[in-house]
Write a new protein. Structure first.
Length: 479
């Protein structure tokens, strides 16, 4: 009987300890997630006012007074860095003529947490905006899906921002740069002068936007179609469901989609890539596409694993990587990438002579000078001596090219002109035409020469420079 009482007492003690321990954790988690309605509204107001002052700084070309909205910046390293960034950004806007005339801000408030013990809160905010720059008016430039993680501190009953953690293109440039503020301002001054001189070449040129019948009659790059696709899908939250978002590589993924889906270029594989287009591995218990081959392609496929279907994809390195896309687009005759039938082919333009540049062409940037190129964008418009671009990561529509130029020299920016005639000579490999992959001949690793076929499954590829009425260029509809 005493043993039973002792056992019952011990059991109840354990249960009580478990309830106290786990119950307190649940209570703490609930407290952290349950931000009082009044505080939610106050936090949102502070954040809205903070973003409004950021845009006001670009409108007035002078840093706004944030003192009523932020915690003591003199003792906060995060705010010191952000203030420095905003000051340099305003100076950059001055010298590159990026003054804002009008703006509309869109903030999507996500998860919000609150710690009543320390009187701190965090909130995830997704920034978007519609902006009219003085230099490109009345064209509206749109930005979407810029993610911020904002920390706040309640001081004497007033919520103030203690940190704003995010990474846009300007932040990427600053983090890869060790110059002082004075050196950066001098760099902006010199770069703006060189950039303006480079853009002057556009004033005497008539950049092509549509096909020129005099220069291209077959396998022509549809510049207007590429632009229309980019305009329609610049916002990755509502982008083409046939493609996945690829973190860290989505800028070039987006450019490649525009060239293929809108521009009408073909996809091509080498033999290994063709054979491994549905290769995958099990990583952390889930199937994942795991083959990045040569050529220019993006292949989606379904896999049934452990009772579930998974939609996977494999792609060429050139489809998603900045440097690899350039290598494929601008090959040397000795380069294996040159020996493809189909796929886009391009020419590097001299930064001081860009008169051939047109919509649908590509621009790439190396912001830290390490020769590992950082970003790809596609030209969506040319207005006199001004270039507008569309991009992913961050998502922009009709963004002035000036906004991306932090240093200007031949090793920091390259202009890639897609040739109107996309035909590539020499070896004929498996290709996608009209959005469908052409089957490979059994037992063969090469595509038959133009005009020939050895299989009823494999249509003859038309001879070069010969119009094919049955396969007209695909025009992507305007958005």
């Amino acid at each position: 009987m005493n043993k039973l009482k002792l056992f019952s007492f011990a059991f109840l003690t354990i249960v009580l300890v478990l309830v106290i321990c786990f119950g307190s954790k649940v209570a703490q988690a609930t407290t952290m997630a349950a931000v009082p309605d009044v505080d939610q509204q106050l936090i949102k107001k502070v954040v809205n006012d903070y973003f409004d002052k950021r845009y006001q700084s670009q409108k007035n070309l002078q840093l706004s007074d944030f003192s009523s909205l932020i915690a003591n910046s003199s003792t906060n390293d995060d705010l010191k860095k952000e203030t420095r960034k905003l000051e340099l950004e305003v100076y950059h806007s001055k010298v590159f003529q990026l003054q804002i005339l009008q703006y509309q801000i869109y903030l999507d408030f996500g998860n919000m947490t609150y710690d009543p013990a320390s009187l701190t809160a965090t909130v995830n905010v997704t920034e978007g905006s519609d902006v009219i720059y003085a230099i490109t008016a009345p064209i509206v430039s749109k930005a979407r899906n810029i993610n911020h993680f904002i920390l706040l501190q309640k001081d004497n009953g007033i919520w103030k921002i203690s940190a704003d953690k995010y990474e846009d293109e300007f932040w990427k440039f600053l983090k890869g740069n060790s110059l002082t503020d004075v050196e950066l301002r001098n760099q902006f001054d010199n770069s703006a002068k060189q950039f303006t001189k480079s853009m002057s070449a556009l004033s005497s040129a008539s950049p092509k936007t549509l096909q020129s019948e005099n220069t291209c009659t077959y396998l022509c790059y549809d510049r207007q179609g590429a632009k229309n696709y980019a305009d329609a899908h610049y916002n990755k939250s509502i982008s083409n469901p046939d493609y996945s978002y690829i973190d860290g590589l989505d800028c070039t993924n987006f450019v490649s989609q525009a060239m293929f889906e809108g521009g009408g270029v073909s996809q091509v594989y080498d033999t290994a890539a063709f054979q491994n287009r549905e290769y995958y591995q099990i990583i952390n218990g889930y199937p994942q596409g795991y083959y990045n081959g040569n050529g220019f392609y993006y292949w989606k496929f379904w896999v049934f694993y452990n009772g579930d279907w998974y939609h996977l994809f494999n792609h060429s390195t050139s489809w998603t990587q900045v440097d690899s896309l350039h290598t494929f687009l601008v090959p040397q005759p000795t380069d294996i990438h040159f020996h493809y039938l189909g796929g886009p082919i391009a020419t590097d333009l001299d930064p001081n002579d860009i008169s051939q540049l047109g919509i649908g062409d590509i621009i790439q940037f190396d912001w830290d000078g390490d020769r590992n190129w950082d970003h790809s964008v596609i030209i969506s418009g040319i207005q006199g001596t001004l270039i507008l671009v569309d991009a992913h990561s961050d998502d922009y529509l009709n963004k002035p090219l000036n906004w991306y130029v932090y240093t200007f020299n031949p090793v920091s920016i390259r202009y890639i002109h897609i040739n109107d005639n996309l035909y590539r000579p020499f070896v004929y490999l498996p290709a996608i035409r009209g959005g469908k992959m052409v089957p490979q001949i059994a037992g063969s690793t090469a595509y038959p020469a133009p005009g020939q076929t050895t299989s009823s499954r494999l249509p003859a590829y038309p001879p070069p420079v010969q119009n094919n009425p049955a396969q007209p260029n695909r025009a992507y509809p305007a958005p």
